[in-house]
Write a protein that binds this ligand. Structure first.
Ligand code: SF4
Ligand code: SF4
Length: 398
Protein backbone atom coordinates (compact mmCIF):
# COMPACT_ATOMS: atom_id res chain seq x y z
CA UNK A 1 0.00 0.00 0.00
CA UNK A 2 1.47 3.43 -0.90
CA UNK A 3 1.35 6.32 1.61
CA UNK A 4 -1.74 7.89 -0.04
CA UNK A 5 -3.66 4.59 0.10
CA UNK A 6 -2.72 4.20 3.77
CA UNK A 7 -4.06 7.69 4.50
CA UNK A 8 -7.28 7.07 2.53
CA UNK A 9 -7.88 3.77 4.36
CA UNK A 10 -7.56 5.46 7.77
CA UNK A 11 -9.59 8.51 6.71
CA UNK A 12 -12.41 6.18 5.55
CA UNK A 13 -12.96 5.22 9.19
CA UNK A 14 -14.31 8.73 9.83
CA UNK A 15 -18.13 8.60 9.60
CA UNK A 16 -18.37 12.42 9.68
CA UNK A 17 -20.52 12.36 12.83
CA UNK A 18 -19.04 15.64 14.12
CA UNK A 19 -18.73 14.49 17.75
CA UNK A 20 -15.13 15.75 17.73
CA UNK A 21 -16.04 19.31 16.65
CA UNK A 22 -16.68 20.93 20.07
CA UNK A 23 -13.38 19.45 21.31
CA UNK A 24 -11.32 21.11 18.56
CA UNK A 25 -9.69 24.39 19.70
CA UNK A 26 -9.38 25.84 16.20
CA UNK A 27 -13.00 25.01 15.28
CA UNK A 28 -14.38 26.51 18.49
CA UNK A 29 -12.41 29.67 17.68
CA UNK A 30 -13.26 30.16 13.99
CA UNK A 31 -16.44 28.04 13.55
CA UNK A 32 -15.10 27.19 10.09
CA UNK A 33 -15.62 23.56 9.04
CA UNK A 34 -12.19 23.66 7.35
CA UNK A 35 -10.66 24.27 10.79
CA UNK A 36 -12.43 21.25 12.28
CA UNK A 37 -11.14 17.64 12.46
CA UNK A 38 -13.98 16.45 10.22
CA UNK A 39 -13.23 19.17 7.66
CA UNK A 40 -9.51 18.45 7.76
CA UNK A 41 -10.08 14.73 7.24
CA UNK A 42 -12.17 15.59 4.14
CA UNK A 43 -9.33 17.81 2.89
CA UNK A 44 -6.82 15.01 3.50
CA UNK A 45 -9.07 12.64 1.55
CA UNK A 46 -9.20 15.15 -1.33
CA UNK A 47 -5.42 15.65 -1.38
CA UNK A 48 -4.50 11.96 -0.95
CA UNK A 49 -7.07 11.03 -3.62
CA UNK A 50 -5.55 13.54 -6.05
CA UNK A 51 -8.73 15.67 -6.38
CA UNK A 52 -7.45 18.61 -4.35
CA UNK A 53 -4.23 20.58 -4.14
CA UNK A 54 -5.02 24.09 -3.10
CA UNK A 55 -3.23 26.60 -0.90
CA UNK A 56 -6.52 27.08 0.94
CA UNK A 57 -6.65 23.39 1.92
CA UNK A 58 -3.07 23.52 3.18
CA UNK A 59 -3.87 26.66 5.17
CA UNK A 60 -6.54 24.75 7.12
CA UNK A 61 -4.22 21.77 7.61
CA UNK A 62 -1.37 24.03 8.78
CA UNK A 63 -3.70 25.58 11.35
CA UNK A 64 -4.18 22.19 13.05
CA UNK A 65 -2.37 22.13 16.42
CA UNK A 66 -1.89 18.32 16.46
CA UNK A 67 -3.37 18.52 19.96
CA UNK A 68 -5.35 15.29 19.34
CA UNK A 69 -8.37 16.41 21.36
CA UNK A 70 -10.38 15.13 18.38
CA UNK A 71 -8.75 11.71 18.48
CA UNK A 72 -9.46 11.39 22.20
CA UNK A 73 -13.14 12.21 21.59
CA UNK A 74 -13.71 10.14 18.45
CA UNK A 75 -16.03 7.14 19.00
CA UNK A 76 -14.86 5.52 15.74
CA UNK A 77 -11.23 5.41 16.83
CA UNK A 78 -9.92 7.41 13.87
CA UNK A 79 -6.13 7.74 14.15
CA UNK A 80 -6.06 11.47 13.38
CA UNK A 81 -2.38 11.69 14.36
CA UNK A 82 -1.47 9.31 11.53
CA UNK A 83 -3.55 11.38 9.10
CA UNK A 84 -2.17 14.83 9.92
CA UNK A 85 1.46 13.68 10.31
CA UNK A 86 1.15 11.64 7.09
CA UNK A 87 -0.23 14.45 4.95
CA UNK A 88 2.40 16.86 6.30
CA UNK A 89 5.17 14.36 5.52
CA UNK A 90 3.99 14.30 1.90
CA UNK A 91 4.83 18.01 1.51
CA UNK A 92 8.23 19.65 1.08
CA UNK A 93 9.27 21.87 4.00
CA UNK A 94 10.63 25.31 3.14
CA UNK A 95 14.31 26.08 3.76
CA UNK A 96 13.28 28.68 6.34
CA UNK A 97 11.26 26.08 8.29
CA UNK A 98 14.09 23.55 8.16
CA UNK A 99 16.61 26.15 9.34
CA UNK A 100 14.37 27.38 12.19
CA UNK A 101 13.79 23.80 13.43
CA UNK A 102 17.49 23.01 13.18
CA UNK A 103 18.48 26.09 15.21
CA UNK A 104 15.87 25.51 17.93
CA UNK A 105 16.70 21.82 18.34
CA UNK A 106 20.51 22.04 18.13
CA UNK A 107 21.75 25.38 19.52
CA UNK A 108 20.85 24.76 23.19
CA UNK A 109 23.31 21.79 23.27
CA UNK A 110 26.34 23.76 22.08
CA UNK A 111 28.91 24.59 24.75
CA UNK A 112 29.14 28.20 23.55
CA UNK A 113 25.35 28.74 23.67
CA UNK A 114 25.47 30.15 27.24
CA UNK A 115 27.90 32.85 26.19
CA UNK A 116 25.95 33.33 22.96
CA UNK A 117 22.69 33.92 24.83
CA UNK A 118 24.39 36.31 27.27
CA UNK A 119 25.89 38.33 24.41
CA UNK A 120 22.52 38.29 22.64
CA UNK A 121 20.75 39.74 25.67
CA UNK A 122 23.39 42.23 26.84
CA UNK A 123 24.82 43.71 23.64
CA UNK A 124 23.43 45.41 20.54
CA UNK A 125 22.93 42.04 18.80
CA UNK A 126 19.36 41.68 20.04
CA UNK A 127 17.88 44.91 18.60
CA UNK A 128 19.77 44.31 15.36
CA UNK A 129 18.43 40.78 14.95
CA UNK A 130 14.93 41.87 15.96
CA UNK A 131 15.03 44.36 13.08
CA UNK A 132 16.54 41.99 10.52
CA UNK A 133 15.24 38.64 11.73
CA UNK A 134 11.66 38.64 10.43
CA UNK A 135 8.37 38.00 12.16
CA UNK A 136 9.10 34.42 13.24
CA UNK A 137 12.34 35.49 14.90
CA UNK A 138 10.71 38.46 16.68
CA UNK A 139 8.04 36.16 18.03
CA UNK A 140 10.61 33.71 19.37
CA UNK A 141 12.50 36.59 20.96
CA UNK A 142 9.29 37.86 22.60
CA UNK A 143 8.83 34.51 24.36
CA UNK A 144 12.31 34.57 25.90
CA UNK A 145 11.94 35.08 29.66
CA UNK A 146 14.03 37.94 31.14
CA UNK A 147 15.98 35.53 33.34
CA UNK A 148 16.59 33.00 30.53
CA UNK A 149 19.91 31.14 30.70
CA UNK A 150 21.07 27.95 29.04
CA UNK A 151 21.27 25.22 31.65
CA UNK A 152 24.40 23.16 32.14
CA UNK A 153 24.45 20.09 34.28
CA UNK A 154 26.99 17.66 35.71
CA UNK A 155 26.86 14.19 34.23
CA UNK A 156 25.78 12.66 37.57
CA UNK A 157 24.25 13.91 40.84
CA UNK A 158 24.60 11.58 43.87
CA UNK A 159 21.66 10.59 46.06
CA UNK A 160 21.39 12.82 49.14
CA UNK A 161 19.95 10.07 51.33
CA UNK A 162 19.63 6.22 51.32
CA UNK A 163 19.93 5.25 47.69
CA UNK A 164 16.66 4.16 46.02
CA UNK A 165 17.90 3.91 42.44
CA UNK A 166 19.48 5.62 39.47
CA UNK A 167 17.53 7.60 36.88
CA UNK A 168 18.36 9.44 33.67
CA UNK A 169 17.02 12.95 33.09
CA UNK A 170 15.91 14.04 29.63
CA UNK A 171 16.31 17.80 29.27
CA UNK A 172 14.70 18.55 25.89
CA UNK A 173 16.16 21.12 23.49
CA UNK A 174 14.25 24.37 24.13
CA UNK A 175 13.76 23.02 27.65
CA UNK A 176 17.46 23.54 28.35
CA UNK A 177 16.61 27.25 28.36
CA UNK A 178 12.92 27.45 29.26
CA UNK A 179 12.87 24.56 31.79
CA UNK A 180 16.28 25.17 33.36
CA UNK A 181 14.81 26.03 36.79
CA UNK A 182 12.38 23.11 36.61
CA UNK A 183 15.14 20.66 35.65
CA UNK A 184 17.26 21.91 38.58
CA UNK A 185 14.22 21.46 40.85
CA UNK A 186 13.71 17.90 39.56
CA UNK A 187 17.34 17.04 40.35
CA UNK A 188 16.98 18.53 43.84
CA UNK A 189 13.77 16.56 44.58
CA UNK A 190 15.03 13.28 43.12
CA UNK A 191 18.35 13.37 44.98
CA UNK A 192 16.50 14.22 48.22
CA UNK A 193 14.37 11.15 47.61
CA UNK A 194 17.48 8.99 47.26
CA UNK A 195 17.99 8.80 43.50
CA UNK A 196 21.22 9.23 41.65
CA UNK A 197 20.44 11.45 38.66
CA UNK A 198 22.35 11.02 35.40
CA UNK A 199 22.15 13.80 32.80
CA UNK A 200 23.90 12.48 29.66
CA UNK A 201 25.51 15.34 27.76
CA UNK A 202 25.19 13.50 24.45
CA UNK A 203 21.38 13.41 24.53
CA UNK A 204 19.42 15.31 21.87
CA UNK A 205 16.04 16.76 21.03
CA UNK A 206 13.10 14.31 21.27
CA UNK A 207 12.18 14.84 17.60
CA UNK A 208 8.53 15.81 18.23
CA UNK A 209 8.84 19.07 16.31
CA UNK A 210 10.17 17.19 13.29
CA UNK A 211 7.62 14.36 13.56
CA UNK A 212 4.63 16.73 13.58
CA UNK A 213 5.88 19.04 10.84
CA UNK A 214 6.48 16.44 8.16
CA UNK A 215 10.07 15.39 8.87
CA UNK A 216 9.85 11.86 10.36
CA UNK A 217 13.35 10.97 9.16
CA UNK A 218 15.01 13.58 11.40
CA UNK A 219 12.75 12.43 14.25
CA UNK A 220 14.14 8.88 13.77
CA UNK A 221 17.71 10.21 13.85
CA UNK A 222 16.93 11.93 17.18
CA UNK A 223 15.52 8.67 18.56
CA UNK A 224 18.78 6.87 17.69
CA UNK A 225 20.86 9.61 19.38
CA UNK A 226 18.79 9.38 22.57
CA UNK A 227 18.83 5.58 22.62
CA UNK A 228 22.62 5.70 22.56
CA UNK A 229 22.82 8.46 25.18
CA UNK A 230 20.70 6.57 27.76
CA UNK A 231 22.02 3.05 27.03
CA UNK A 232 24.64 1.31 29.22
CA UNK A 233 24.21 3.71 32.14
CA UNK A 234 22.58 1.19 34.49
CA UNK A 235 19.46 3.32 34.78
CA UNK A 236 16.16 2.23 36.33
CA UNK A 237 14.19 4.81 34.35
CA UNK A 238 14.44 7.83 32.08
CA UNK A 239 12.40 10.83 33.26
CA UNK A 240 11.14 13.82 31.30
CA UNK A 241 9.49 17.05 32.41
CA UNK A 242 7.92 18.39 29.21
CA UNK A 243 4.85 16.41 28.14
CA UNK A 244 5.41 17.46 24.51
CA UNK A 245 8.72 15.56 24.58
CA UNK A 246 7.05 12.72 26.48
CA UNK A 247 4.64 11.89 23.66
CA UNK A 248 7.59 11.41 21.34
CA UNK A 249 9.80 9.55 23.85
CA UNK A 250 6.92 7.20 24.71
CA UNK A 251 6.92 5.94 21.12
CA UNK A 252 10.68 5.38 20.98
CA UNK A 253 12.56 2.19 21.83
CA UNK A 254 14.59 3.68 24.71
CA UNK A 255 16.68 1.12 26.61
CA UNK A 256 14.86 1.68 29.95
CA UNK A 257 11.26 2.56 30.92
CA UNK A 258 10.28 6.22 30.41
CA UNK A 259 8.20 8.16 32.95
CA UNK A 260 6.77 11.64 33.26
CA UNK A 261 8.32 13.22 36.38
CA UNK A 262 5.05 13.55 38.39
CA UNK A 263 4.08 10.00 37.47
CA UNK A 264 7.46 8.77 38.73
CA UNK A 265 7.35 10.80 41.95
CA UNK A 266 3.84 9.49 42.66
CA UNK A 267 5.07 5.90 42.32
CA UNK A 268 8.30 6.03 44.26
CA UNK A 269 8.82 5.66 47.98
CA UNK A 270 8.98 8.91 50.01
CA UNK A 271 11.20 8.58 53.11
CA UNK A 272 9.19 9.11 56.30
CA UNK A 273 11.49 11.96 57.40
CA UNK A 274 11.07 13.90 54.17
CA UNK A 275 8.61 16.57 55.31
CA UNK A 276 6.96 18.90 52.83
CA UNK A 277 6.49 22.41 54.20
CA UNK A 278 3.24 24.28 53.57
CA UNK A 279 2.98 26.39 50.41
CA UNK A 280 0.16 28.75 51.29
CA UNK A 281 -0.76 29.72 47.73
CA UNK A 282 -3.49 29.41 45.12
CA UNK A 283 -2.15 27.37 42.20
CA UNK A 284 -3.89 27.11 38.83
CA UNK A 285 -3.14 23.69 37.35
CA UNK A 286 -3.02 23.75 33.55
CA UNK A 287 -3.16 20.43 31.76
CA UNK A 288 -1.28 20.45 28.44
CA UNK A 289 -2.99 18.72 25.50
CA UNK A 290 -0.09 16.29 25.23
CA UNK A 291 -0.48 15.24 28.87
CA UNK A 292 -4.28 15.03 28.65
CA UNK A 293 -5.10 13.59 25.23
CA UNK A 294 -1.96 11.73 24.26
CA UNK A 295 -0.16 10.51 27.39
CA UNK A 296 -3.41 10.29 29.43
CA UNK A 297 -1.51 11.37 32.54
CA UNK A 298 -3.52 14.48 33.41
CA UNK A 299 -4.17 13.32 37.00
CA UNK A 300 -0.50 12.79 37.90
CA UNK A 301 0.55 16.45 38.55
CA UNK A 302 -2.59 16.94 40.65
CA UNK A 303 -1.84 13.85 42.75
CA UNK A 304 1.71 15.10 43.26
CA UNK A 305 0.73 18.65 44.21
CA UNK A 306 -1.93 17.48 46.66
CA UNK A 307 0.93 16.14 48.81
CA UNK A 308 1.91 19.74 49.57
CA UNK A 309 0.17 21.12 52.67
CA UNK A 310 -1.58 24.48 52.35
CA UNK A 311 -1.77 24.50 48.58
CA UNK A 312 -5.09 25.57 47.05
CA UNK A 313 -5.28 23.79 43.72
CA UNK A 314 -7.59 25.03 40.96
CA UNK A 315 -7.80 22.82 37.86
CA UNK A 316 -7.88 24.89 34.68
CA UNK A 317 -9.79 22.35 32.59
CA UNK A 318 -11.67 25.14 30.82
CA UNK A 319 -8.53 25.90 28.76
CA UNK A 320 -8.86 23.80 25.58
CA UNK A 321 -5.42 24.56 24.15
CA UNK A 322 -3.15 27.51 24.90
CA UNK A 323 -1.95 27.70 21.27
CA UNK A 324 1.71 26.83 21.87
CA UNK A 325 1.88 23.39 20.18
CA UNK A 326 5.63 23.21 19.53
CA UNK A 327 6.67 25.28 16.55
CA UNK A 328 3.00 26.26 15.93
CA UNK A 329 3.48 29.35 18.09
CA UNK A 330 6.07 30.56 15.58
CA UNK A 331 4.44 29.36 12.38
CA UNK A 332 0.79 30.28 13.03
CA UNK A 333 1.15 33.51 15.02
CA UNK A 334 -2.41 34.81 14.52
CA UNK A 335 -4.13 31.58 15.58
CA UNK A 336 -1.60 31.00 18.35
CA UNK A 337 -2.16 34.53 19.70
CA UNK A 338 -5.94 34.14 19.57
CA UNK A 339 -5.82 30.82 21.45
CA UNK A 340 -3.33 32.25 23.96
CA UNK A 341 -5.53 35.31 24.55
CA UNK A 342 -8.58 33.08 25.06
CA UNK A 343 -6.67 31.03 27.65
CA UNK A 344 -5.56 34.14 29.57
CA UNK A 345 -9.10 35.54 29.40
CA UNK A 346 -10.36 32.33 31.03
CA UNK A 347 -8.11 33.08 34.03
CA UNK A 348 -9.41 36.61 34.50
CA UNK A 349 -11.55 35.96 37.60
CA UNK A 350 -8.95 33.84 39.38
CA UNK A 351 -6.59 35.13 42.06
CA UNK A 352 -3.55 32.93 41.58
CA UNK A 353 0.02 33.06 42.87
CA UNK A 354 1.23 30.25 40.59
CA UNK A 355 0.21 28.73 37.30
CA UNK A 356 1.58 25.19 37.06
CA UNK A 357 1.92 23.44 33.72
CA UNK A 358 3.88 20.38 32.58
CA UNK A 359 4.98 21.48 29.13
CA UNK A 360 7.68 24.00 28.18
CA UNK A 361 5.85 25.44 25.17
CA UNK A 362 2.66 25.98 27.19
CA UNK A 363 4.69 27.59 29.99
CA UNK A 364 6.33 30.05 27.56
CA UNK A 365 3.03 30.86 25.87
CA UNK A 366 1.06 31.33 29.10
CA UNK A 367 3.84 33.30 30.83
CA UNK A 368 4.06 35.61 27.83
CA UNK A 369 0.26 36.10 27.84
CA UNK A 370 0.25 36.79 31.59
CA UNK A 371 3.06 39.35 31.19
CA UNK A 372 1.15 41.12 28.42
CA UNK A 373 -2.01 41.14 30.54
CA UNK A 374 -0.06 42.63 33.49
CA UNK A 375 -0.86 39.62 35.70
CA UNK A 376 1.76 38.84 38.35
CA UNK A 377 1.33 35.07 38.35
CA UNK A 378 4.46 32.94 38.37
CA UNK A 379 4.46 30.13 35.81
CA UNK A 380 6.12 26.96 37.10
CA UNK A 381 6.43 23.25 36.44
CA UNK A 382 4.66 21.21 39.19
CA UNK A 383 8.02 19.77 40.33
CA UNK A 384 9.19 23.32 41.14
CA UNK A 385 6.40 23.61 43.72
CA UNK A 386 7.56 20.37 45.34
CA UNK A 387 11.10 21.75 45.47
CA UNK A 388 9.85 25.04 46.99
CA UNK A 389 7.94 23.02 49.58
CA UNK A 390 11.07 21.00 50.43
CA UNK A 391 13.11 24.10 51.18
CA UNK A 392 13.53 25.33 54.69
CA UNK A 393 10.45 26.86 56.28
CA UNK A 394 10.43 30.63 55.80
CA UNK A 395 12.37 30.58 52.53
CA UNK A 396 11.01 32.45 49.51
CA UNK A 397 7.78 30.90 48.24
CA UNK A 398 6.75 33.16 45.37
S1 SF4 B 1 -13.06 12.08 13.44
FE1 SF4 B 1 -14.35 10.69 14.63
S2 SF4 B 1 -15.65 12.06 15.88
FE2 SF4 B 1 -14.77 13.31 14.22
S3 SF4 B 1 -16.30 13.28 12.60
FE3 SF4 B 1 -14.87 11.59 12.17
S4 SF4 B 1 -15.76 9.79 13.14
FE4 SF4 B 1 -16.83 11.58 13.99
S1 SF4 C 1 -5.57 17.88 16.39
FE1 SF4 C 1 -6.52 19.52 17.62
S2 SF4 C 1 -6.55 21.33 16.29
FE2 SF4 C 1 -6.16 19.52 14.97
S3 SF4 C 1 -8.19 18.92 14.26
FE3 SF4 C 1 -7.78 17.70 16.10
S4 SF4 C 1 -8.68 18.88 17.78
FE4 SF4 C 1 -8.52 20.26 16.01
Amino acid sequence: MNPEETLLKEADRCVKCGICLPHCPTYTLTRDEGDSPRGRISLIQGIAGGQLDSARANRHLDRCLSCLACQAACPSGVDYSQLIDGIRASRQKSRGERLAHHLITHLPYRSWSRLGLWLYRHTGIRPLLRTLGGRRFRRLDGLLPDQARVGSWRSCYPAATSRQGRVGLFTGCAGRISDRTALDAAIAVLTRLGFEVVVPDDQGCCGAMHQHTGDPRTAETMATINHKAFADKELDAVLYLASGCGTQLAGQPLPVPVFEISQFLNRCHWPYDMALNPVDSAVGLHSPCTLRHQLKLADEPERLLLRIPGIRLIRLDQIQCCGAAGSYLLEQPEMSDALGARAIQQLRDLELQFLATSNSGCALQLASGLRQAGRKIRTVHPVELVEISLRERGSEQT
